[in-house]
Structures are given as structure tokens and as C-alpha cells.
Write a protein that binds this ligand. Structure first.
Ligand code: HEM
Length: 229
């Protein structure tokens, strides 16, 4: 069987969803580590230096475009698998199977993934677009000759509005539920589920990806919002 044919099968698609999911898990760690500097009391020096470096480095820009392709691929393949599973079950269960066959988290994957996808479209339109193509973006300089696009100020201004804070907190609840099941499910796809490792996989999935990472992201708009008072 050719590779192209293999990746058209359900197992091939599942492997691609798992592999792209792992890649996206590593992205959220790096993204949060960079964004935490939005909370520093340095008038945006650290964050703007970081954002300028990220958007001017050729290799990082290449990876950043790859990232967008990976997000689309992950979403499309996961939805295809969900619809295929639903179609394979034409008669609705008289009694919902509930926790006996699948957890609540696994049944909500498509729903939480869709919330996350809508969040991402809003998010990229707000910040990524401003950084790369925005026309009225203010600039900042920190004593030297270099001028930075003041993305720090753009973010700070966005989070003075409660509706943005609410959108981000809902998005992060979606991220939390999606990662709690997603990380475990990707490990299973790659055959890592073994009595010896299940405990640590569950711990990382729930506490690190499901709680720490989304809470860290959610903290940023909440802290910026309350700082204005
Ligand atoms: C409070 C939470 C967040 C803040 C303040 C934030 C901030 C930002 C900013 C300022 C940018 C533009 C950077 C640039 O283009 O140089 C950006 C880009 C991006 N963000 Fe976020 N982000 C947050 C959460 C998230 C989450 C949870 C995800 C994914 C689940 C995400 C995915 C992305 C992606 C894919 C890009 C485009 C990256 C690139 O092209 O380099 N962000 N974010």
C-alpha cells in the first residue's frame, strides 16, 4: 500500500491526528512560555523583543506557516473521523452508553475542538494579523535605535474589554477539556498505553495539559483586565 493510500485509511488518519496533536501540544508550551512576559512590569520590553524576534527569524516563520497547516490538517482529519464514526452507527442508541463505553471527555472532543478552532480564528485575527499586516499598530522603542511594533500595547488594550476576557476564558475551558482527553488519546494511538505508563500519562494529560497550561493562558487576560482598576 502506498503512503498516500495508507493516510486515507482510518488508522492512517488517526496516526496523523495523534502526531499533529503532539506537535500542537509542544506549541502551546512554547507559546505560553513566551506570552507570560505579557505580565512583566517592563512596559512590554521583553514581550515586544520576543515577538519581534519570532516574526523576523526565517526558520521560525517557516515553522509558523507549517503550524497553521498542521492546525488545519488536525481539525479536518479529526472531523472526518468523527463523521465516519457517527455514520457507522446509523441507529441511535435507545439508551445512551454513557461512561460504560466512552468517557464524557472523549464524547465532547469534536465539540471542544470546534470551540477551540473558533477561538483560534478570532485570536489570529486579533493579534497575529495585527503583528504582521496591521496598519495602525503603534510602535515602541526602549532607549535604543530599534523600533518595535507595540504588540504588547495591542494585547493590553484588547484585554481591558470584558468581552475579550470572556472569549479567552471560554476558549481556555475548551482547550482544557480538549487536551485532557486528547493527550491520552494520542498516547494510546501510538501504543504508549501500558500499565506501567498509564499513571504518568494520565497525570501529564490532566494536570499539565488539562489544568496548568489552560490556567496559565487564562491568567493573562484576567490579570491584565484587573490591573486597569
Ligand atoms: C491568553 C492567551 C493568549 C495570548 C495572550 C496569545 C497571544 C498571541 C499573540 C500576541 C500572537 C501574535 C504573535 C506573532 O504573530 O508574533 C499569537 C499568535 C498565535 N497564537 Fe496565541 N495567545 C494566547 C493563547 C493561544 C492559544 C491557547 C493558542 C492555541 C491553542 C494560540 C495559538 C496561536 C497561534 C497558532 C498563533 C500564530 C503563531 C505564529 O504565526 O507565529 N494562542 N498569540
Amino acid at each position: 500500500m502506498k503512503w498516500s493510500q495508507f493516510f486515507n485509511t482510518s488508522i492512517g488518519k488517526k496516526l496523523l491526528v495523534g502526531a499533529t496533536g503532539f506537535f500542537l501540544c509542544s506549541f502551546v508550551i512554547v507559546h505560553l512560555a513566551g506570552n507570560i512576559s505579557l505580565l512583566y512590569n517592563d512596559e512590554g520590553h521583553a514581550f515586544n523583543t520576543y515577538a519581534t524576534f519570532m516574526s523576523h527569524n526565517g526558520l521560525i516563520q517557516f515553522i509558523a506557516w507549517g503550524l497553521k497547516v498542521v492546525i488545519l490538517l488536525h481539525a479536518i482529519l479529526a472531523l472526518q473521523l468523527t463523521f465516519k464514526n457517527l455514520a457507522a452507527r446509523p441507529v441511535k442508541y435507545a439508551v445512551k452508553p454513557g461512561n460504560k463505553t466512552s468517557s464524557w471527555f472523549s464524547r465532547q472532543m469534536a465539540m471542544m475542538g470546534s470551540i477551540l478552532f473558533i477561538f483560534l480564528v478570532v485570536h489570529l485575527a486579533q493579534f497575529w494579523w495585527a503583528m504582521h499586516y496591521g496598519v495602525d499598530v503603534p510602535t515602541a522603542s526602549y532607549g535604543g535605535t530599534e523600533e518595535y511594533r507595540d504588540l504588547y500595547l495591542v494585547v493590553q488594550q484588547a484585554f481591558t474589554h470584558e468581552y475579550n476576557v470572556i472569549i479567552y476564558v471560554i476558549g481556555m475551558i475548551g482547550l482544557s477539556f480538549h487536551l485532557i482527553h486528547g493527550f491520552k488519546s494520542a498516547c494510546q494511538t501510538f501504543g504508549l498505553n501500558h500499565k506501567k505508563y498509564n499513571g504518568i500519562i494520565n497525570f501529564i494529560g490532566v494536570w499539565f495539559f488539562g489544568i496548568l497550561i489552560p490556567a496559565g493562558f487564562a491568567l493573562i487576560p484576567v490579570v491584565i483586565f484587573f490591573k486597569q482598576y
